[in-house]
Design a protein around this ligand. Sequence first.
Ligand code: ATP
Ligand code: MG
Length: 477
Amino acid sequence: NASSVSLADAAYVKISEGDFGYVLDDVPHLVDHLPDAPTYPNPLQDHPAYSTVKQYFVNEDDTVPQKVVVQKNSRRGVHFRRAGPRQKVYFESDEVKACIVTCGGLCPGLNTVIRELVCGLAHMYNNGYKGFYSSNYLTLTPKSVDDIHKRGGTVLGTSRGGHDTKKIVDNIQDRGINQVYIIGGDGTQKGAYEIFKEIRKRGLKVSVAGIPKTIDNDIAIIDKSFGFDTAVEEAQRAIDSAHVEACSAENGIGLVKLMGRYSGFIAMYATLASRDVDCCLIPESPFYMDGEGGLLQYVERRLKENKHMVIVVAEGAGQDLIAKSLSTSEQQDASGNKLLLDIGLWLTHKIKDHFKSKKMEMTIKYIDPTYMIRAIPSNASDNVYCTLLAHSAIHGAMAGYSFTVGNVNGRHAYIPFYRVTSTRNKVKITDRMWARLLSSTNQPSFLSQKDIDEAKENDRTANKPPLPTGLSHHVAN
Ligand code: ATP
Ligand code: MG
């Protein structure tokens, strides 16, 4: 229905011929811009800091391609809008009324993002999605957030569950908020997409900016999420302790459980960084305990060879094995996420039982540093990344866009919500990085030919880009 396509859509469609932006399968999808074109000159043009920059403003048509390596004769694939300040903005500075909300688990860097959002803007508010309709709002000023980036956690508070789209948008409307900054993981970004759709349905002039927070690095499309570097770095301390414990005992085993519900990036990178790890188990790579080529046999071999070993396990690994052996039913948290069973504890008992039955002396020390890692302040590189993410989010919201912001191939880009929420970023066990890990730990791959074929098939189908849902009124035919 072409009549429902706005001016911005039309301009967009014109430049969307071929592979641009959100054109998937040659169907132009939703543009993430408020209905009218931005009209106000960007006040940054008068800022002395920017006078030295050769080309400060980002050209409206600049894009960032999702794929950097393009094979011969293949299409260039999907592009995203390049993030950055625009020549014209949608809101005048003094009419901006912004709010910030943080949802989901803690992640190093949250306070840095909040600080940088506040320092770029003025009055703000807060505490999980419930925070939108609590009376407990917090007004933030550059002065009040001055040193919060040196602290872990989130000054706004966070929670799970309690997402009521209509109530949230009622509050946005009642309070006259026109920029909503939502910092959170996969669940939060899905929530942000729902809020965005409701805002569009009501025709409100509100920009929604999602800033992906996921310590697991499991958000699709983007190179890396903030807090991930800090988590990998802090995980080294736990691995070092496990190594010291293991080395100090006859047949000592140090077992470290790291974050990673569905994606084993922290475990993989922490293992690659440490070089003390003999086995890394992640959710993406199935493993088994008993028999030829199983984990127990490998542990036994390593102890015989080396007298000690270190195992790193991601929290989501081996869940099927535990569920089978304990025959427990699935439980959920307030946001509807599956509650995981403790793989570290389960492995500890399994390994102990195995060596007891073999009458072999051994000691196992299990370390779970999860909440210590989540609560630390972000490191230097994450601090810089958080700052840039916050600035990109502000520039996009000022220009009237609604999006999730993130680094794509090293460039900041505005990504439509549905692109980041419909799939999850996972370790590809058919990729070179996982092969590097296997060669660095020397662990068995635990994979049968059938597992490998399945993984390759999954990779092939996962390459198909997802389509937006529930936005038919924005789609031009
Ligand atoms: P993390 O898992 O990294 O800790 P998260 O953002 O995924 O972060 P959740 O607790 O799963 O954390 O979700 C945060 C908020 O998003 C919750 O308030 C939850 O109700 C809401 N939410 C989750 N999924 C959806 C969805 N599909 N639609 C609307 N809201 C959602
Ligand atoms: Mg989540």
